[in-house]
Design a protein around this ligand. Structure first.
Ligand code: 13P
Length: 330
């Protein structure tokens, strides 16, 4: 087992990127990365995407090994879809505040209290919560999937309260009971500070992730998944954008539209430093090399739970054929 300190003690350690390339070729591995990963990781990945695109890629891959540069629930999705492939997470402590907000036993009780409700769960939850759900959604397909469910069917939506609240407004569905979870990163963006920034940049378009609080979403010109936000700034004829999500998405924005200006949205202290996801930040290039070399840490899921989690996940993939990311301004 090679460790990080072994690497530090070897002054002639070859270029980590070259080693990652050698190992991924030798092991027939694919590297998938979320847009919230640092730029170095996005640049070495075979595919960078939002949660839906990454799930679709994981479902289609023919690689023997999947290295998931993201957080645990994303690696779990890849494993649920690929039980016979090795799924590696560079740092197995990379979690998610939304996942933490919804423990499976409390979620089970929540379901039992509402026996006639359909459980629609946001993909940012554990495999155990997925296994207790009826349909999974992501930020890009949630509205499209809800519209396929008869309006009279009551729904439980977990774990993101803000996304659930936004969807209630978008779909006009009053019969949705929301779990009180939130993303600690997106909750920090402040509508008050955003309005102050807009005074300085009156022409800027505001682009926000639906995990933000409602007060902020109501100021946005566009609300969508990370992929949807990227698409919006690429296609827009405007030149300045305020971006309310984890700021590593700006790495791709600057790449696809280098002539445009992207300003990270401010938090309640007026600075833009609060929004870096500490879980995503745990993954590094060295850890990608180590996980490929050691074939560890691995994502493992008990087979009975995997099979139960697969059903709502597969339902999501089937129900989101042809769905385009994002929502136009309200
Ligand atoms: P996206 O599906 O928009 O990439 O969202 C991922 C996420 O985890 C947001 O916190």
């Amino acid at each position: 087992m090679i460790t990080q300190s072994d690497l530090l003690s070897v002054p002639d350690m070859p270029d980590v990127r070259a080693e990652i390339d050698r190992l991924r070729w030798q092991k027939n591995a694919v590297v998938l990365a979320h847009y919230y990963q640092n730029g170095l990781l996005q640049d070495i990945a075979d595919f960078v995407g939002d949660s839906l695109d990454l799930s679709r890629r994981a479902a289609e891959t023919r690689a023997d090994v999947i290295v998931f540069c993201g957080v645990r629930f994303m690696g779990e999705v890849a494993k649920i879809l690929n039980p016979d492939r090795l799924v590696l997470l560079p740092d197995n402590t990379a979690g998610c505040s939304l996942e933490e907000s919804c423990n499976p036993s409390s979620f089970k009780k929540f379901r039992e209290k509402h026996p006639n409700h359909l459980a629609v769960s946001y993909i940012n939850c554990s495999a155990a919560v997925k296994a207790l759900s009826d349909v999974i959604v992501t930020s890009s397909n949630a509205e499209g999937i809800l519209k396929q469910i008869p309006v009279e069917q009551p729904i439980l939506f977990a774990p993101d309260y803000h996304l659930g609240h936004f969807l209630k407004r978008r779909t006009g569905r009053e019969n949705m009971v929301l779990w009180p979870g939130a993303c600690v990163i997106h909750e920090q963006f402040s509508a008050l500070e955003l309005r102050k920034l807009k005074v300085l940049y009156p022409d800027a378009r505001v682009v926000a992730h639906p995990e933000c609080q409602d007060s902020l979403l109501l100021c946005a010109d566009y609300v969508g998944s990370t992929h949807g936000m990227l698409q919006y700034v690429t296609e827009s004829t405007e030149r300045t954008f305020i971006i309310a999500t984890e700021p590593h998405l700006l790495h791709q924005m600057v790449k696809v539209a280098p002539h445009k200006r992207f300003l990270p949205a401010p938090g309640s202290d007026g600075s833009c430093n609060c929004a870096i996801c500490p879980h995503m930040a745990r993954n590094t290039l060295t850890k990608v090399y180590l996980c490929l070399a050691n074939e560890s840490p691995r994502i493992e899921i008990a087979e009975d739970m995997r099979l139960r989690a697969l059903q709502p996940l597969q339902r999501m993939l089937d129900m989101s054929l042809g769905i385009r990311a994002g929502y136009a301004a309200e």
